[in-house]
Design a binder for this molecule. Structure first.
Ligand SMILES: C[S@@+](CC[C@H](N)C(=O)[O-])C[C@H]1O[C@@H](n2cnc3c(N)ncnc32)[C@H](O)[C@@H]1O
Length: 283
């Protein structure tokens, strides 16, 4: 009884404070559409902005992606060192289309590694953008890489407060929802086990980075297990998964492995070729 009263009080307090105030008054449509069959289970080599414009509203269940971070990486096709203004302008044009094609109740999960050396808090800038689009921020997963890809011997102003160098052994996964935190689906299509669920809702995930980047010929991949976890925790079997920056095809490989449908887009023909090859192995 006391618990029930406490829960009711908590709800009332949340309403007083204005829970999800920034998402109020959204104009998202409730009716979802099917994805056109010509896009289903396809790897598409193109600028994702152009492809997204051709998709109907509300046809994608879940988006999982890591965009280029403007780190100056040596990608096959895109320039990864542009002005921050140009970078965010293009990224946000793409994200607006992604939000449009997402179903009501759909999830948009973005792996973000801010470029600390430029003093650009990319994860905050992106979350601010999503709030302005009236998307609900479900939370943040800390992907702990345990000092892999981290400069262990670099300290900045050694033993002096003048300018210590802060080390980041993790990346972020920001989770946004369109219209509702709840995603409808058939409970028989939920394939996460009790153990996985219990462990993965603790939002710090210890997962080693991808070790086969050289083999796959891509400079900035996330590991397949990361994509698999995200898809199992936030989507149902047979859902349609989109990665607009699909790279060497990690999201699409994971989606196929665990019986989701997929669309993977990348601007590089070489990366799309790798993505196709991974799908062919994963039959
Ligand atoms: C961080 S990587 C994604 C890597 C991917 N998660 C993986 O595991 O292989 C970003 C990708 O975005 C692609 N890209 C950049 N601009 C693009 C655009 N406008 N349209 C489609 N792909 C783009 C790059 O070619 C690169 O492969």
């Amino acid at each position: 009884m006391a618990d029930k009263i406490k829960a009711a009080e908590r709800k009332e307090n949340e309403l007083c404070r204005g829970k999800y105030y920034y998402a109020a008054g959204h104009s998202f449509r409730y009716d979802n559409n099917s994805v056109p069959t010509e896009y289903e289970n396809k790897i598409i080599c193109a600028d994702c902005l152009e492809v997204l414009k051709k998709l109907p509203d509300n046809c994608i269940d879940i988006i999982f992606t890591s965009p280029p971070y403007n780190f100056g990486l040596d990608y096959d096709m895109n320039d990864d060192t542009v002005s921050w203004d140009d970078y965010f302008k293009k990224l946000f044009a793409i994200f607006k289309e992604c939000i449009r094609v997402l179903k009501y109740g759909g999830r948009f999960i973005i792996n973000i590694q801010p470029l600390y050396s430029d003093g650009i808090p990319t994860h905050h800038i992106i979350t601010n953008f999503f709030m302005k689009q009236k998307m609900m921020w479900k939370g943040e997963i800390l992907w702990e890489k345990n000092h892999h890809n981290c400069r262990v011997s670099f300290f900045g102003s050694w033993k002096s407060p003048s300018s210590p160098y802060l080390k980041y052994t993790w990346e972020f996964l920001e989770v946004y929802c369109k219209g509702s935190l709840k995603k409808s689906g058939n409970s028989a299509d939920a394939d996460i086990t009790a153990e996985e669920f219990k462990s993965w809702v603790t939002a710090k995930w210890n997962i080693l980075p991808e070790t086969k980047m050289k083999e796959y010929g891509h400079p900035a991949m996330f590991p397949e297990h990361l994509a698999e976890r995200v898809l199992k925790l936030f989507s149902y079997k047979n859902d349609i998964v989109l990665d607009p920056f699909n790279g060497a095809g990690t999201t699409t490989a994971a989606a196929k492995k665990i019986d989701r449908r997929y669309i993977g887009i990348d601007i590089s023909a070489a990366y799309c070729d790798t993505a196709e090859k991974r799908l062919a192995v994963n039959t």
